[in-house]
Write a protein that binds this ligand. Structure first.
Ligand code: ADP
Length: 197
C-alpha cells in the first residue's frame, strides 16, 4: 500500500497534481477541501459549519475534520493506497492520521512538499478565482490569511514527518507535467527506501 501526503501551501497545485498521481499509481484521492465543498453544496449541517471557517480562510476544527476523514478511509478498505490532499493541516491531525494508519498496519510512505514562492501563490489564487467560484480565492485578505495559517499551523506538519524521515521537498514551479514527474521521482525514491527498510 502507498499512502502519500501531498503537501504545500494554498495554490501550490496539490489538486492538479493529485489527479495526475492518481492516474499513475492508481491510488484513492481524498481532498478534505473538496469534501467540505461537497457538504456545502449539499447544504448539510457539516457544510454550514465548515463554510463559516473556510470563508474566512481559517481551518475547520480538527475533530470535525478528522472524523470526516476517518469515515472516508474506513469506507474504502479495498484500495491500493491513499493520496491525502489538504490533510493533515495541523500536527494534531497528523497524529490522528498516524494512529488511524497504525491500526491498519499501513504507515505513511512519504510527505511530498510542493515548493512555490509566496508571490506566485497569490497570483495563481487570484487567477483561479476567475473560474473556481470559490469565495476564499476571491478576496486578497482571505488569501493572505490562508497563507499565514499555512505558515503557523500547517508548515509544522512537514517538520513532524521530517523527523520520521518521510518529508521530501519537490520543486513546484514550471510545467505541470514536469512537476508531476518531479513528484513521481520523489515518491518512487521513497517507495524504494521503505522497501529496503
Ligand atoms: P487550498 O489548499 O487551496 O487552500 P483546500 O480545498 O485544500 O484549498 O482548502 C480550502 C479550505 O478548506 C481551507 O482554507 C480550510 O478552511 C478548509 N480545510 C480543508 N482541509 C482542511 C483540514 N485538513 N483541516 C482544516 N480545514 C481544512
Amino acid at each position: 500500500m502507498i499512502n502519500l501526503i501531498l503537501f504545500g501551501p494554498p495554490g501550490s497545485g496539490k489538486g492538479t497534481q493529485a489527479a495526475n498521481l492518481v492516474q499513475h499509481y492508481n491510488l484513492y484521492h481524498i481532498s478534505t477541501g473538496d469534501m467540505f465543498r461537497s457538504e456545502i453544496g449539499n447544504k448539510t449541517e457539516l457544510g454550514l459549519l465548515a463554510k463559516s471557517y473556510m470563508d474566512k480562510g481559517e481551518l475547520v476544527p480538527d475533530e470535525v475534520t478528522v472524523n470526516m476523514l476517518r469515515k472516508r478511509v474506513e469506507d474504502n478498505p479495498q484500495v491500493k493506497g491513499f493520496i491525502f490532499d489538504g490533510f493533515p493541516r495541523t500536527v494534531a491531525q497528523a497524529q490522528a492520521l498516524d494512529a488511524m494508519l497504525e491500526d491498519m498496519g499501513q504507515p505513511i510512505t512519504a510527505l511530498l512538499e510542493l515548493k512555490v514562492p509566496a508571490e506566485e501563490l497569490i497570483v495563481r489564487l487570484m487567477n483561479r478565482a476567475k473560474t473556481s467560484g470559490r469565495a476564499d480565492d476571491a478576496d486578497a485578505n482571505v488569501i493572505k490569511n490562508r497563507i499565514q495559517v499555512y505558515r503557523e499551523n500547517t508548515a509544522p506538519v512537514a517538520e513532524y514527518y521530517d523527523q520520521k524521515d518521510k518529508t521530501k521537498a519537490v520543486h513546484g514551479v514550471g510545467e505541470v507535467a514536469q512537476i508531476t514527474q518531479n513528484l513521481i521521482d520523489a515518491l518512487d525514491a521513497a517507495i524504494a527506501e521503505s522497501n529496503a527498510a
